[in-house]
Ligand binder design. Structure first.
Ligand code: BGC
Length: 749
């Protein structure tokens, strides 16, 4: 009953918004006038063509582009959008900037030869840099970016990505990922900004700003795509694209806020989650798409499906009997564009549905308006071809420097023993090292998914200048001081490898063990067990048994459980998927050229049966038992927090609570530190989490210096979603937590 009242409420809000928008859009808005004028000239077929998105792979036969077929799709069917990189042997792969420019030119020429000359909107996945352009710079995946906690760098990375993508002639990027990563088994965990909704919200907003901030028409921008709306990262099975069950209040408390902020920030497009939430595939949910996203959140941009997801409504989810029914469901639910992506089934079925009156022309007009609006804003109607001025922004040397800086800031030091009075890390230059493990020579492990190809696993596609861990350590520590024993692949450590390692270890001072995961993307990365594979654990046991200090470096997209070996490793560095300059960042950190400052953006599990985010309302201190908690990360220097004060101890909902701390670098090295502020609610009508992150700031301090850091907490920081699904602020005792210090305050009406 309550659910229905709510749906009616959303609907009313939606209708009011649509009326408001339509009024504001009549008359003066030049884009809106052009859109309406064009729309009035379009036939039903042309409109539905605009809503159809096809993968470029459809036009490749034996690795050769079938230009006639491409022309047919554009001129005869008026296909409005194309995506993805060309396929070689069935897999989308990076091509050169010049090849991109010719491809886009060809496509837009075909489009310019159609009756209405509507340009094609081309979209790609540039997930951590320009994935599909040869020679581009790839940055750390989001999971590492979230560890770095550096707002400016997130923004900068997105801006560079936008410039490199735009240089190729493409103006639409299917990024950022705004899912909150709370299921580490899930194969796309590395694409998320981790388990905390606040962190995801802050980082996602900055990424959108980086993509679109210069204005869509600028050759420095691309249209962003906030994805995958909503609830994708928490499949119950842990497997990609499988059902999620999320209580409505949590959907709103945890998963909705990043999208709300993205829309406030002006994200142009949104992509839908391929899975289902509470029994309904999101692609078929009018409630989630039309009522909540377009109505309640006021999203005016374009909603695109994910890959083949209308077909999935009947083939996988079994909520429709056939394709036509699936198309009807999805379009009536609020989908504006279908990533079909292999055929014209959507096109034919949708035309028939409109003729039969099962999908209204108003719905079609609304969808096409949203598509045309973006094409106008991107400047495609003025000039759809690759822009010469954008070309100069590709491949600048500064991007690699940026990639190194950010990769260094992602490095998260999880353990650092003191042996004979000295910390194991940083290593002294010239220390004789043995490198062992499957990640020693692997570029794939450093990069993860979406790296010059979808799976990131084709070594030959990586630019020649990209170094692996062995090369970076040889360069920094001297070739003669580095020996290695590395199996050629993950999953292939043999007894012989272990034996060789034992022997070689005799002549070195320390072992650097490079373990983790090979690259994977989406469903191929699904696993059944979060524990690090047994062959890698055996190697680690053998390394520890040599008696030499062992430094474990983890390149992995999700936290693989290593409980058993943690005590015998003398130092542990979490490197996530650090990207193009990842190897240098690891080497610099191990040898102390760079001081690690990353802090875990998730709770690193200790047990397969204890996968609990830090803010889960479990009994305080009782069940939350990770290997390392959310926010954990060591440094080569020591930071002390003192002078923790609150501006008042009692406040009303309209007051601001100022929090102040003094941070001192008490060690001998300069370093960066993320100051994190949590709020705790002692009693609430919905079980309150132990604490919630509400603010953070990363600072830099020279040794022996201090600084005061101030934060200002406001009403939303003391709020939560109640069972009535509304925002609640309840009077009572609360606390602010910084580090291991806590100060209470009272909130009154
Ligand atoms: C992924 C999306 C991606 C799309 C286009 C899908 O399989 O789920 O994240 O944007 O493919 O490549």
């Amino acid at each position: 009953m309550r659910y229905h009242i709510l749906k009616v409420a959303f609907l009313m809000v939606g209708v009011l918004l649509v009326i408001a928008c339509n009024t504001s859009m009549t008359g003066d808005d030049p884009v809106e006038n052009k859109v309406n004028a064009l729309l009035s000239e379009m036939t039903l077929e042309e409109k539905v063509g605009q809503m159809t998105q096809i993968t470029i792979g459809v036009f490749y036969n034996d690795n050769i582009l079938d230009k006639e077929k491409l022309k047919e799709y554009i001129s005869k069917y008026g296909v409005g959008s194309i995506l993805n990189a060309p396929t070689v042997d069935g897999m989308s792969q990076a091509i050169s900037l010049e090849q991109w420019n010719s491809l886009i030119t060809l496509i837009q020429r075909d489009a310019m030869n159609t009756r209405l000359k509507i340009p094609v909107l081309y979209g790609v996945d540039a997930i951590h840099g320009a994935t599909y352009i040869k020679g581009s710079t790839l940055f750390p995946h989001n999971i590492g970016m979230a560890a770095a906690r550096n707002r400016r760098l997130v923004n900068h990375v997105a801006h560079v990505t936008a410039m490199e993508v735009r240089a190729s002639g493409v103006r639409w990027n299917f990024d950022p990922v705004l899912g909150v990563g709370r299921q580490p088994l899930w194969s796309r965990f590395e694409e998320t900004f981790g388990e905390d909704p606040f962190l995801v919200k802050v980082m996602g907003k900055l990424a959108i700003k980086g993509y679109e901030g210069q204005g869509l028409e600028s050759p420095l921008s691309v249209a962003s795509c906030a994805k995958h709306y909503i609830g994708y990262p928490v499949p119950q099975s842990g497997k990609d694209r499988t059902p999620a069950v999320i209580p409505e209040y949590q959907l709103r408390q945890i998963f909705l806020p990043p999208f709300r902020v993205a829309i406030q920030q002006g994200a142009s497009t949104v992509m839908i989650n391929s899975g289902s939430v509470n029994g309904v595939p999101v692609h078929a949910s009018k409630y989630l798409i039309t009522d909540a996203l377009k109505g309640e959140l006021g999203f005016e941009g374009l909603v695109v499906t994910d890959w083949e997801d209308i077909i999935a409504l009947w083939k996988q989810h079994h909520v429709a009997r056939n394709n036509k029914e699936a198309v009807m469901m999805a379009v009536n639910a609020g989908i504006d564009m279908s990533m079909v992506p292999y055929d014209l089934s959507f096109y034919h079925d949708l035309i028939a549905l409109v003729k039969e009156g099962k999908v209204s022309e108003e719905r079609i007009n609304d969808a096409v308006r949203r598509i045309l609006r973006i094409k106008y804003r991107l400047g495609l109607f003025e000039d759809p071809f690759p822009e010469p001025e954008a070309l100069a922004n590709f491949g600048k040397q500064g991007y690699r420097t940026l990639a190194l800086r950010i990769a260094e800031e992602t490095m998260t030091l999880l353990k650092n023993d003191t042996l004979q009075g000295h910390p194991v890390l940083p290593l002294k230059k010239g220390t004789r090292l043995l490198l062992a493990g499957p990640a020693v020579n692997s570029l794939a492990a450093l990069h993860g998914s979406w790296s010059y190809c979808w799976q990131g696993t084709i070594d030959s596609l990586y630019p020649e200048v990209t170094k692996n861990i062995r090369q970076a350590l040889e360069e920094l520590n001297g070739r003669k001081n580095v020996i290695s024993v590395a199996p050629p692949h993950f999953g292939k450590i043999t007894a012989r490898d272990i034996d060789v390692m034992r022997k070689k270890a005799r002549n070195v001072d320390a072992i650097v063990l490079c373990l983790g995961e090979n690259a994977y993307a989406e469903s191929p990365g699904s696993i059944n067990d979060l524990t690090l594979p047994e062959d890698q654990l055996s190697l680690a046991r053998a390394a520890a048994a040599t008696g030499k200090p062992v430094i474990l470096v983890l390149t992995e997209g999700r936290p693989r459980i290593i409980r058993e070996i943690v005590p015998s490793m003398n130092a542990i560095l979490m490197a996530y998927r650090p990207g193009s300059k990842g190897a240098e960042a690891i080497a610099n950190t191990l040898l102390g050229r760079s001081n690690p400052s990353g802090r875990l953006p998730f709770s690193y599990p200790r047990y397969t049966g204890n996968i609990i985010p830090y803010d889960a309302p479990v009994r305080e201190g009782k069940y939350y038992d990770p290997q390392w908690p959310f926010g954990y990360g060591l440094s080569y220097t020591r930071f002390a927090i003192t002078g923790f004060t609150l501006s008042r101890d009692t406040l009303t909902f309209s007051d601001t609570l100022s929090v102040s701390v003094e941070v001192t670098n008490q060690g001998e090295r300069a370093g960066k530190y993320s100051v994190e502020v949590y709020v705790k609610d002692y009693t609430a009508s919905v079980i309150p989490p132990v604490k919630r992150l509400r603010a953070f700031r990363k600072i830099y301090l020279e040794p022996g210096t201090s600084t005061t850091v101030n934060f200002h907490l406001k009403k939303p920081d003391f709020s939560f979603v109640g069972t009535d699904l509304m925002g609640h602020q309840e009077p009572g005792r609360m606390a602010v937590i910084v580090g291991d210090m806590k100060k209470d305050f009272y909130l009154k009406k």
